[in-house]
Write a protein that binds this ligand. Structure first.
Ligand code: LLP
Length: 418
């Protein structure tokens, strides 16, 4: 359930007409609904209310510090994957004791910054990384809280690019090797073993892969206990899917029920790292039609491109595109394309679209997750503004970039200056 609804054929975000925001900030822009974000967080978090747990929002899905603050105010933590995300979480006021840090390629510098910040735990993805953490922690005179990200070899049945829990994927430590690695970690003076973590993929539309991997992890935690290694935290990662088109993903409470059932006999704090399910349907990308072209095919050329929303080009992902002002039900099949100089620059292909003309506004729905956060300056296009609606008001939470920002940090070396 989200708060982007039509009232008399005009699209509103909560109580604000989307066109009003467009007039004020120009296009394109990302528009988020605070009520939807709050509702999604509550639905997810309350589903686990019966057990000790911590909901760590996956920063990569929507990294704006206003959004991070909103979740932090609701009691959420953060799942980070870089020093940059650590910095963002700090700037947003996320409690470091609620931050978990995953990723296969953490640098010594990033590890040091996380240890100094005092985060909850590092989810370690290789033995070599463990050695670096030991060294950095020793240098700082600290003990590093860790879990190992275990790869359970479970098929999440999602797009190959975002499947992470198969043995052939680069993530985590194969479950068959994990016991040996835990035993080795126990011997290291600057390491504290806290947990076991795993994340099998994103946009999962079935509960069964989660349950299957949880079953494997439980067996593994029992093995650890047999060796005298007690786990206080079990991190199940993110991955719960959303509805973009006709998918029927489980609701958070169905997902939570399945997990809670499996967890009944485990004595540890559950950590969850949801991203998409919290923000995906809480944000849209608003774009204006620049031109239309009719020939062999009909093209609707808009002012947002693949640099602003990469998902259609990258994963052939479907995003519903709606007219901000609805004029009748007539449809014509068209490609919705951006201004980028690539044929792969599309937001929709061969899609029955409402009849639109130059100047009309379109809303690309379900764009809150991996939308702005994956945007780039390709074709030297300034990144777009971000706006957060709160009831009847709306707030700019990121300025549209200027051309100056495009060349910030670039240098013409002396030898080229005549
Ligand atoms: N935890 C870890 C360790 C992750 O790698 C991810 C996402 C999450 C949590 C959050 O997963 P979520 O709940 O959002 O599914 N760019 C792709 C999605 C990449 C997901 C990467 N990892 C897309 O646009 O579909």
């Amino acid at each position: 359930m989200h708060y982007f609804q039509y009232k008399n054929d005009t699209l509103f975000c909560e109580d604000v007409p989307v066109s009003t925001v467009a007039e004020e900030v120009g296009t394109p822009f990302y528009l988020y609904s605070a009520a939807t974000l709050t509702r999604h967080f509550a639905a997810f978090d309350l589903a686990f209310a019966g057990i000790p747990h911590l909901t760590c929002f996956a920063v990569k899905s929507c990294a704006n510090i206003a959004i991070l603050r909103l979740f932090a105010n609701l009691g959420g933590g953060a799942d980070i994957v870089s020093g940059g995300e650590l910095f963002r979480a700090g700037a947003a006021g996320v409690d470091p004791k609620k931050i978990v840090y995953s990723g296969v390629g953490k640098t010594a510098e990033e590890i040091g910054a996380a240890l100094k910040a005092g985060i909850l735990m590092l989810n370690v993805e290789s033995e070599q990384e463990l050695a670096v953490i030991q060294k950095v922690a020793a240098g700082l005179g600290l003990k590093a809280p860790i879990s190992f990200r275990v790869n359970p070899d479970v098929d999440p049945k999602t797009h190959a690019y975002i499947s992470t829990g198969l043995a052939k994927n680069k993530f985590g430590i194969p479950i068959g090797e994990a016991l040996r690695v835990y035993l080795a970690a126990r011997e290291l003076p600057n390491i504290t073993i806290k947990g076991v973590s795993c994340h099998i993929g994103s946009q999962l539309t079935k509960v069964s892969p989660f349950v299957e991997s949880l079953g494997k992890l439980k067996g593994f935690i029992a093995e650890l206990a047999g060796q005298g290694i007690a786990i206080t935290h079990l991190d199940l990662g993110g991955g719960l899917g959303i509805r973009y088109n006709d998918e029927e993903p489980p609701e958070p409470d169905e997902y939570a029920r399945a997990i809670n059932k499996e967890l009944a006999d485990l004595d540890c704090t559950l950590i969850l790292e949801p991203g998409r399910v919290l923000v995906g349907n809480a944000g849209v990308l608003v774009t204006r039609v620049l031109y239309t072209k009719a020939g062999l095919k009909k093209f609707i050329i808009v002012d947002a491109g693949m640099n602003d929303l990469a998902r259609p080009s990258l994963y052939d992902a479907f995003h519903l595109i709606q007219a901000v002002e609805r004029h009748g039900l007539e449809r014509e099949v068209a490609d919705v394309v951006g201004p980028i100089c690539e044929t792969g620059d599309f937001l929709a292909r061969d899609r029955p679209m409402p009849k639109v003309a130059a100047g009309d506004l379109l809303a690309v729905m379900s764009a809150g997750a991996y939308g702005f956060s994956m945007s780039s300056n390709y074709n030297s296009r300034p990144r777009v503004a971000e706006v957060l609606v709160h009831g009847e008001g709306f707030h700019l939470i990121r300025d549209r970039e200027t051309n100056d920002i495009l060349i910030q940090g670039e240098i013409i070396p002396e030898f080229l200056v005549s």
